[in-house]
Design a protein around this ligand. Structure first.
Ligand SMILES: Cc1cc2nc3c(=O)[nH]c(=O)nc-3n(C[C@H](O)[C@H](O)[C@H](O)COP(=O)(O)O)c2cc1C
Length: 371
């Protein structure tokens, strides 16, 4: 029965119907229904082997394609294998905090339909280290898509840095990479960790713990798109003194540029989706200029088409992630992006996505931010 339903769901018309039905539901219910469908195997895809042009790596982690699921979709590591089956090149689970927590009161997730955007103030709702560890510790088959583990701090923690250190201790041995997420706008005080002194201490202690655990699990730092040029200078100077492996640029924004006046625009929380594409891509290019060509950067924020995906690479990303656009465009967007990237590689007379990384960093970095 499930395989009949799943083969039906692979038909484009039915997929569109499913996506429209999901959009008619309350956003959090729709997310739950999608996770359920993925867990039960109802949504599958005959994902063919990725074309060689898309094979790449980030911080030494091999990817069959450079398009990943961003953090926040699979907070509790329930569907990372299903996402691999759908053709994502990697999946980032979490944010996971040491203790389980419920997150903020509902409603806390809002769609801004005309802008193809979302505002969320979920507040790191998750099942905590232990429950998630049990699902993640399984040995993944050879060739399975890498799984990044995004770690955070409990809202009521008296020691934010200690929470990250305990995340590294718990997950370093089983993660393809770890992400230190200090850029969620929904945990009061968290983004203060981006300040130079706090960041130095945070990176010092977490990277020491990584050295004690494995020595080589790549560690990424996920930053906000609202940083000033000076704040970016400080972050670049601080990470230059460490052996951090990479950056993820960026998380959601606290600004409301591009959505002013829309229903739900004044809800508190982080804005994601199409309206943050420009800002997050400019910040990505500006960070690429500051950290040089060798540090791995994952570009995320507003990717909604093959062209916007390509722009992230040109601005300096080695790999990209997306989340919000999948809500509005459905899962077909993934194969559309992969096809578009392969076409762009060929049009540029290149043989690999790696050759398109950073080809327009300076153009992007110079663009004016109206925010
Ligand atoms: C509902 C929702 C929950 C999110 N939760 C997290 C999270 O727990 N940790 C995190 O690092 N980012 C989280 N994000 C941010 C995304 O990973 C991503 O950085 C951001 O949404 C920009 O990408 P997008 O425009 O493609 O959605 C969340 C985003 C959304 C929409």
């Amino acid at each position: 029965m499930i395989s009949r339903v799943s083969s039906l769901l692979n038909k484009p018309l039915l997929r569109r119907f499913t996506r429209d039905a999901l959009l008619a539901l309350d956003p959090e219910q729709a997310h739950k229904a999608t996770l359920l469908a993925l867990k039960s195997g109802m949504i599958t895809s005959s994902s063919a082997k990725d074309p060689i042009e898309l094979n790449t790596s980030i911080a030494g982690v091999l990817l069959s394609n450079p398009v990943g699921m961003a953090a926040g979709f699979d907070k509790n590591a329930e569907v990372f294998q299903a996402l691999d089956g759908l053709g994502f090149g990697f999946c980032e689970v979490g944010t996971i905090t040491p203790n389980p927590q419920n997150g903020n009161a509902k409603p806390r997730l809002f769609r801004l339909m005309p802008a193809k955007a979302v505002i969320n103030r979920m507040g790191f709702n998750n099942q905590g280290h232990n429950a998630t560890y049990e699902r993640l510790k399984i040995k993944r088959p050879f060739g399975a898509a890498p799984v990044g583990i995004n770690i955070g701090a409990n809202k009521d923690s008296e020691d934010f840095v200690g929470d990250y250190v305990s995340g590294v201790r718990k997950f370093a041995k089983i993660a393809s990479y770890l992400t230190i997420n200090i850029s969620s706008p929904n945990t009061p005080g968290l983004r203060g960790l981006q300040s130079p002194q706090m960041l130095e201490r945070l990176l010092g202690e977490t990277l020491d713990e990584r050295a004690r655990q494995t020595g080589n699990t790549p560690v990424f730092l996920k930053i906000a798109p609202n940083l000033t040029l000076e704040a970016m200078d400080d972050i670049a100077a601080t990470i230059a003194k460490t052996d951090l492996n990479g950056l993820i640029v960026s998380n959601t924004t606290i600004t409301r540029e591009g959505v002013e006046g829309l229903r739900h625009a004044s809800e508190e929380g982080g804005l994601s989706g199409q309206p943050i594409f420009e800002t997050s891509t400019i910040k990505l290019a500006q960070m690429r200029q500051r950290v040089g060509p060798d540090m791995a950067i994952i570009g995320v924020g507003g990717v909604h088409s093959a062209a916007s995906a390509l722009a992230k690479f040109e601005a300096g990303a080695n790999a990209i992630q997306l989340y919000t656009a999948l809500v509005f465009e459905g899962l077909e967007l993934l194969s559309e992006i992969k096809k578009g990237l392969v076409a762009a590689i060929k049009e540029n007379n290149c043989t690999s996505i790696k050759q398109l990384v950073g080809t327009k960093t300076n153009d992007w970095a110079q663009r004016n931010l109206s925010s």
